[in-house]
Ligand binder design. Structure first.
Ligand code: BTN
Length: 243
């Protein structure tokens, strides 16, 4: 995959900007990356905010041209979480993926991923916008102002990092894990995902809106869906927050 990067000083949301680009039928090649030094109205899962002050964190969207089915999108997000995990582990940060779309260090979130399937109005091209927010230079004080436990590369290592160098360093693991997904879907991710996010049998509670389900982790289905062993048998979970 060839990555082509365009940097912006400030965008409301890199995902929204890329979507707008597609809806205006502007050309968008496979591997295009829109990255911004400041994000003012970023979005996460369940419409949560994902903002970033100037030159603080990495906020970018990667366009992957694919006509895959909607059901395959969650496992692409998981492939990207494995790529970010590999990158952070290579920096000696003990990160691990968390189902469905996070990367954590201990209990603190360092990266969130939001993948959105898009199709051009004239159906000439389809693909997935993969939005990645990686906390790079967020300070402890900034992390404490977020309503959920958060961390960053700076907090974990004591060193600030250059945003464009960090982005470039992510390309190799992204290429590897997206390639794994393209060649075999979740079956190519299952072992590594389970090893890093498991273990099987751990106690979990899944919240999805007003619904709350408790059980133990039985594994992951063919598309990365979470299999929860409950007293009523194995339940298949497609979305939610796990604690
Ligand atoms: C989540 O944890 O819920 C997903 C967060 C995704 C945030 C990234 S930052 C770059 C891209 N642009 C957005 O508006 N969101 C994603």
């Amino acid at each position: 995959m060839r990555f082509t990067v365009e940097w912006f000083d400030r965008l409301a949301s890199t995902n929204a900007y890329m979507k707008e680009h597609i809806s205006r039928d502007l050309p968008l090649k496979n591997g295009t990356v829109f990255a911004t030094r400041e994000q003012t109205a970023g979005r996460g899962r369940s419409d949560r905010k994902w903002q970033s002050a100037p030159d603080t964190n990495l906020c970018f969207s990667l366009f992957l041209q694919t006509d895959c089915e909607l059901i395959q999108v969650p496992s692409l997000t998981m492939a990207v979480a494995l790529a970010v995990t590999d990158f952070l582990n290579g920096q000696n940060i003990p990160a691990r993926p968390k189902w469905p779309n996070d990367v954590l260090v201990g209990t603190h979130k360092i990266c969130g991923i939001l993948s959105e399937r898009v199709e051009k109005s004239n159906k000439s091209a389809a693909g997935i916008i993969i939005g990645i927010g990686l906390n790079v230079n967020m300070t402890n004080q900034e992390a404490e102002s977020i309503d959920r436990p958060a961390t960053s590369i700076l907090i974990e290592t004591g060193n600030a990092a250059n945003l464009s160098q960090t982005l470039e360093a992510l390309f190799h693991p992204l290429e590897y894990w997206i390639g794994q997904w393209q060649n075999g879907g979740f079956s190519n991710l299952r072992n590594c995902w389970t090893e890093k996010s498991g273990p099987i049998g751990k106690t979990l509670t899944v919240h999805d809106g007003a619904i709350k389900k408790s059980g133990t982790l039985a594994g992951f289905g063919d598309h990365g869906e979470l299999l929860l062993q409950t007293e009523n048998g194995i339940e298949t979970i497609w979305s939610g927050d796990v604690s």
